[in-house]
Design a protein around this ligand. Structure first.
Ligand SMILES: NC(=O)c1ccc[n+]([C@@H]2O[C@H](COP(=O)([O-])OP(=O)(O)OC[C@H]3O[C@@H](n4cnc5c(N)ncnc54)[C@H](OP(=O)(O)O)[C@@H]3O)[C@@H](O)[C@H]2O)c1
Length: 273
């Protein structure tokens, strides 16, 4: 059984999810079905990933209330009517009546947060989304957003892995009871190449991917690794009944930083009203 965290609005979210960016077609259907068989109960998608129909097919025979589905509205669809349309299309594609979590995928300096928040409230009031959150919001933008939220911002989904430990943002999120969901938790596979991570992995008889995911979990964040092979899917979920010592956790904290996402998000954050 995968543990769950309580969100700010009282709902619950499983402590690990399956990322689905770049999973397409039958490959996507098979990976999601396999993940559900293995025990995953939290799937992360977005309108821009163009795989919601396939995920809808993969979850079709599963009790809906046992699966947590996150989707995201693209940053270029943040006007009131566009948010509503995007959500309705995601619901049709996923063949479901509601999303467990709906995120603003990235901020847009040309649409006010207030306008998007009103649309999210409407979707929430209509029962189309259960919880609401944001993605790619930095500390300053998150502060701004909290001042004007209409319904609780429960999650901030951001890049977070041993090469990009966003400590200040994490601490801010914790203080405000916002869950940090960690995307690219394996640094898109680069985790396998790091000497310190590899050494720690050998010590615990785990893989570098498991060390990265366990480190994220120990930070109190939720990793959403993307995987498509049975071996990777199994490995990635097997991160709950063991732990890394405080000393080794600190070695990982101090790994030299770099991030994968471009400078563009920083500029977008700065410009949003
Ligand atoms: N909100 C946003 O703006 C945003 C941005 C980026 C990503 N995301 C979300 O976060 C999810 C994860 O991030 P990501 O897809 O960028 O990268 P990631 O999860 O860090 O890495 C995925 C890569 O790692 C490989 N992998 C998976 N498990 C492994 C294991 N145990 N050992 C070795 N390699 C392994 C995968 O290969 P195989 O496929 O061959 O298994 C794939 O090539 C995305 O799928 C998406 O849902 C959100």
């Amino acid at each position: 059984m995968i543990p769950k965290y309580k969100l700010r609005d009282g709902n619950e979210i499983p402590a690990i999810g399956l990322g689905s960016w770049q999973l397409k077609g039958d490959h996507c259907i098979n990976a999601v079905k396999l993940a559900l068989e293995i025990g995953y109960r939290h799937i992360d998608t977005a309108e821009i990933y163009e795989n919601e129909k396939e995920i809808g097919i993969a979850i079709n025979n599963f009790p809906r209330d046992e699966i947590f589905i996150t989707s995201k509205v693209s940053g270029n669809h943040l006007k009131f009517n566009n948010v509503i349309k995007s959500c309705e299309l995601s619901l049709r594609n996923l063949n479901t009546n509601y999303l467990d979590l709906y995120l603003i995928h990235w901020p847009n300096p040309f649409v006010s947060l207030r306008e998007t928040f009103k649309a999210m409230k409407k979707l929430h009031d209509d029962g189309k989304i259960i919880s609401f959150g944001v993605s790619n919001f930095d500390l300053n933008l998150l502060k701004k957003a909290l001042e004007i939220e209409e319904i609780p911002i429960c999650v901030n989904q951001v890049e977070f892995h041993p090469f990009f430990y966003q400590k200040d943002l994490l601490e801010f999120c914790k203080k405000h009871n916002i869950i940090l969901v960690a995307y690219s938790p394996l640094a898109r596979g680069k985790i396998n190449e790091n000497k310190i991570i590899k050494e720690i992995a050998r010590k615990y008889e785990k893989t570098p991917a498991q060390i990265s995911l366990r480190w994220i979990i120990q930070k109190g964040a939720i990793p959403i690794p993307k995987a498509s092979t049975k071996e990777h899917l199994k490995e990635n979920i097997n991160v709950f009944n063991w732990s890394i010592s405080k000393e080794d956790e600190m070695k990982i904290d101090n790994i030299k930083k770099f991030n994968l996402i471009s400078f563009a998000f920083k500029i977008l954050n700065f410009l949003v009203k």
